[in-house]
Each structure stands twice: as C-alpha cells, then as structure tokens.
Design a protein around this ligand. Structure first.
Ligand code: CA
Ligand code: CA
Ligand code: CA
Length: 280
C-alpha cells in the first residue's frame, strides 16, 4: 500500500513536471543588440520628438578622456585609427599625434598635420542633449562623447568644416560631398544611442532618403583639385579592396548597415585603437 502510494505520488509529480514544461512561459527575448536595414527603415525607427536644448553645457559631456589609460586620449585614438599613413607623435611618449595623413570626406580634403583635423561628433553634443541625452547619467554622456565602439560616431574632418557645422543637424547643415553617407551615418548614430529627431530634421532625413531612392545613376561628381591640399591621390585601401566613395544619390549605398545598440555596457570605453573600426 505504502509502495503503491509512493509510485502514485511519483507519477503525479512526473505528470506535474511534464505539464509545467508544456506551459512554461518562454523568457522574453533580450532586446536586439544590433540592427540593420535600409535607410528608410532607419529613419522610421527614430522617434520624433521636439528638441529641447535648455540647460546644455559642453562640460556635461566629459571629453576627450583616455579610457584605456595608455596616455592617448579619444582624439588621439581616432586620429591613429583613421590615418592613411603612419603617424608621428609630438614626443617619445606617443601620447599626442603630430602628423599623418587624413581624408576628410565632408569636403574631400586631405591633411598631413593633425592640427588641421577636428574630431567631429557626428551627432553634436548639443543635438544629443536636446534629443534625449539630457536624461542620461554623466557616465553615459562621457561614453557617448568618447564612443570608440562605432566608427560613425566620431569622424576626423577638416577643422574649419567642423566649426561651420557646429551644433547643426541635417535640417540646416549637410557636407558638400557624400550627403547620402552623412545622413546614413547620422541615422545610425541616432539609433545606436536611442536619440530622437525633431520634425524638421525628420522631414529632411525623409526627403534625402526619397531623393536617394529616386536617383538611379550614381555618377560621381568631378573632384575639385583644389580640395586636396597635398595634391596626391588617395592610396588603395589597406584591405586591398577598392575604395568605394559613397555618393550622394547612390541608392545602393544609402543603407545604414549594421548598428550596434549602445544601450548595453557603456560602448567604446577602454577600446584600443587596434580594434576601433576604421572610418572610411
Ligand atoms: Ca587611450
Ligand atoms: Ca535635431
Ligand atoms: Ca591607444
């Protein structure tokens, strides 16, 4: 009797376990860490919200920091990563970059003196503040301002072009060249950091996306010789692949590719330049 009761309770327990397995609620999938898609999908993914820049102060975004403690700050790390030729340093300690070779895609200018290159926050700090960063911790704002985790967030460009751009978004400022690439990278950064776009900005992003889809022939514009101070052609890419210059109006190059969401561990902090994806 005792034995059969034990067997029965065993059976009931087993049955219960099986039922529990059948009805177990699967854990909610973790939020997607990466995204990819067309520019149209990217633009649609950005929430529309009024931009409020009240209270913005550049000091709220600590930069340039030296997150990995090798004495090279974020500016130096980007200069080293984006250089098309070996860099030299201002001293034997190799903390500060002196010379190299950099191509500024906004104006298609090439520079060899690091002092002529500014590291542009693709989505300016004030723009980020007004598009969601006002609610972040200082640590997150520092991660944003020093993001070495995605080559699109920080871009080495001609210093006076960066100063002309200042805090503007695409509604009021676009580079002379490669607008398609610029807008795709702008969208990528906004998605990566979960930032919103104001309605004027959204309508420009949408109009550019329509324009890029409508244009069928991505015929390159002739280059201005004067735009390249050194007068030398750009070298072949280090990977051996031909350089693809993303043109305004080229529908196949307006996608925003794969974007890693920066909502997880603070992106880019401590990333060494050797792993920093090159911004070409
Ligand atoms: Ca460093
Ligand atoms: Ca804006
Ligand atoms: Ca370094």
């Amino acid at each position: 009797m005792l034995r059969s009761r034990t067997v029965l309770s065993h059976l009931l327990l087993t049955l219960g376990a099986l039922l529990a397995l059948l009805f177990v609620v699967p854990a909610a999938p973790a939020q997607a860490a990466t995204f990819s898609g067309s520019l149209a999908q990217g633009v649609a993914k950005i929430p529309t919200a009024a931009e409020n820049n009240t209270g913005y102060d550049r000091a709220l975004f600590p930069h340039w920091v030296d997150a990995n403690g090798d004495c090279q700050d974020t500016r130096a790390e980007v200069l080293i990563a984006e250089a098309d030729a070996a860099v030299t340093y201002t001293s034997a300690s190799k903390c500060t970059v002196a010379t190299g070779k950099w191509f500024s895609y906004y104006d298609r200018a090439t520079w060899t003196n690091a002092a002529d290159i500014d590291i542009d926050h693709m989505v300016p700090l004030a723009e980020a503040w007004g598009s969601g960063a006002r609610g972040w911790t200082t640590a997150r704002r520092q991660a944003y301002a020093n993001d070495l985790g995605d080559s699109r967030t920080l871009v080495g460009v001609t210093d006076n072009v960066n100063q002309a751009k200042s805090d503007q978004d695409p509604a009021t400022w676009l580079p002379t060249y490669d607008k398609c690439r610029y807008v795709a990278e702008w969208v990528a950064v906004k998605i990566r950091w979960g930032l919103s776009a104001d309605s004027a900005e959204k309508s420009v992003l949408n109009s550019l996306r329509v324009e890029s889809a409508r244009t069928r022939s991505p015929s390159p514009r002739p280059e201005r010789r004067s735009a390249t101070p050194t007068g030398t052609p750009r070298p072949a890419s280090r990977t051996g692949r031909p350089r693809v210059r993303r043109m305004w109006g080229a529908p196949d190059t307006c996608g925003w590719g794969t974007i890693a969401d920066a909502s997880g561990p603070l992106a880019g902090v401590g990333t060494e330049s050797s792993t920093y994806p090159r911004n070409r």
